[in-house]
Ligand binder design. Structure first.
Ligand code: KG4
Ligand code: ZN
Length: 476
């Protein structure tokens, strides 16, 4: 924990300060901390002061006067955390400091915090120069996102969590289409073959270099384990070689934060999350603060689209092909409406079984299935249910803003119906453009931005996880 110092902290501060300067005590007496331009932040672990940063704010410039960490707590990122805290809290435009030219440890820390040398005082410390360093407080954050959870290898650079700088998405769809679905073994092998090329390609689209990147974010869950592994290990290597923080981002967070590419999300909002593994109505109260209002009791809606595609013998990828067929049909088959109640939970297995049974019975009778009509009938019932429950949630929770996230948000019928609903109810609606609904690394870099600001960093022990329910971890 970091906070401003209290009078009772001064003895501990003095003790740590004397590690860096013999005359430390005298110095801070002279500085007179009662001035409102001078302050100290302390870093506490279990109520023990382990480090501090002393600074003065004069108009637009904040000067770091002293920074020190007690011996047993060094090399734990405490110095960087204190500087980052100052960066996030000062009202000044610039931060300046002075350091001995031979103090390599401190120089390394300041470089890591993006301070640049602007001047030198020759032989200021006897034989040593004093280096004057500076950084602008409001620096742009460039996050490199990496996504490889299924059959897309993608790397993207996003500025400040919402501005796409460059993205490359290499899809393996054509290869997997030959087998009727994603073959995990082939997917991970292709990620391995392609990921370096994808990195080169994305960098070639911008003037930025790896030096300009603030952090490396990677999808660590959920997805195909072998595929995730390639991205996670690649991200670890980049983080290690280029000395950048590593951020572990959940794939579903990516789909949600893709909405920031359209317009900065304002809270509270209602998110309809619809993918191959998720069907949820979620109240989002702040960044990464979610309250699940309703979830599926059985199958996810995307999973149902995929199953129906298989029943109808449609080629891979399932969901988009069901939509394509539905466009050419009419909802003439009578399918049961899921859960005719006013709860916010979903259930799609009954609808799925009804499609399977109907198909089976018709074939048994020697009747030909009207595939376009069955696709359309299924899609109509499934999307109607998503819309009906979204409407209930809007009414129940007096919602003013709605976002839609996940692969199924690419569905044109859902997009149209959602627009109609939100217009009628005077609710502000955001749905990401189609290219951000399918898997991409842009959304991962967007989702990593609040994590970056929050110092939610991973280390090299990060593991890929094929399954991890996102909302459990981020309950509000
Ligand atoms: O969010 P996503 O990448 O899933 C997971 O990560 O689990 O989305 C993939 C899901 C698949 O089930 C796919 O069939 C579905 O989204 N999907 C669609 C459409 N495009 C993708 N479902 C209906 N209509 C679409 N146009
Ligand atoms: Zn996805």
């Amino acid at each position: 924990m970091i906070r401003s110092y209290l009078e009772s902290d001064l003895t501990a501060i003095d003790k740590i300060g004397s590690l860096i300067k013999d005359d430390f005590n005298k110095k801070y007496d002279i500085l007179n901390l009662n001035h409102d331009y001078a302050n100290i932040y302390v870093y506490l672990i279990d109520d023990v002061i382990t480090g501090f940063i002393q600074y003065e704010e004069h108009y637009e410039v904040c000067d770091i006067i002293n920074i020190a960490v007690s011996e047993e707590y060094q090399n734990k990122g405490i110095g960087k955390a204190l500087i980052d805290y100052l960066i996030n809290h000062t009202k000044c435009e610039k931060i300046m400091l002075e350091v001995r030219e031979n103090n390599l440890k401190a120089l390394n820390l300041y470089h890591k915090c993006n301070f640049k040398e602007i001047n030198r005082r020759k032989k200021y410390y006897g034989n040593e120069d004093a280096i004057i360093m500076e950084r602008e407080v409001a620096m742009d954050v460039y996050i490199m996102g990496i996504e490889s959870s299924c059959d897309e290898t993608s790397i993207s650079i996003v500025k400040n969590g919402h501005e796409e700088i460059a993205t490359t998405v290499l899809t393996q769809m054509d290869t997997h289409a030959l087998y009727g679905g994603v073959v995990p073994e082939i997917a991970s092998r292709m990620h391995t073959e392609n990921i370096t090329m994808v990195l080169e390609d994305v960098l070639s689209k911008t003037d930025l270099t790896m030096d300009d990147i603030s952090a490396i974010a990677v999808t660590y869950a959920p997805g195909l384990l072998g595929s995730l592994l390639v991205g996670v290990e690649f991200a670890k290597v980049l983080s290690l070689v280029y000395d950048k923080p590593l951020i572990a981002t959940h794939h579903i967070a990516g789909h949600i934060y893709a909405n920031n590419l359209v317009k900065k999300m304002e809270f509270p909002l209602l998110a309809l999350v619809v993918s191959g593994g998720h069907t949820e109505l979620v109240l989002m109260e702040d960044d990464y603060k979610f309250k699940v209002l309703g979830t599926t009791l059985d199958d996810a809606v995307g999973e149902c689209f995929d199953k129906v595609a298989r029943v109808l013998d449609l080629p891979y990828p399932g969901g988009p092909n069901v939509e394509k067929y539905a466009k050419m049909g009419k909802p003439t088959y009578d399918l049961p409406k899921p859960m005719e109640n006013d709860e916010l939970n979903f259930s799609f297995s009954g609808l799925k079984s009804a499609v399977i049974n109907l198909n089976h019975n018709e074939l048994q009778r020697g009747n030909e299935i009207r595939k376009y009509d069955l696709a359309c009938s299924f899609q109509t019932v499934a999307i109607d249910e998503l819309i009906r429950k979204t409407k209930l949630a809007i009414e129940k929770y007096d919602i003013k803003r709605v976002i839609v996230a996940g692969g199924v948000s690419a569905n044109g019928f859902l997009r149209e119906e959602m627009e109609k609903l939100c217009k009628k109810m005077h609710v502000d609606l955001t749905i990401p453009p189609l290219k951000y609904c399918t898997d991409n690394a842009t959304m991962i870099a967007c989702a990593a931005y609040p994590q970056y600001l929050n110092h939610d960093f991973a280390d090299l022990s990060l593991r890929a996880k094929s399954q991890e329910y996102f909302f459990e971890e981020h309950k509000s």
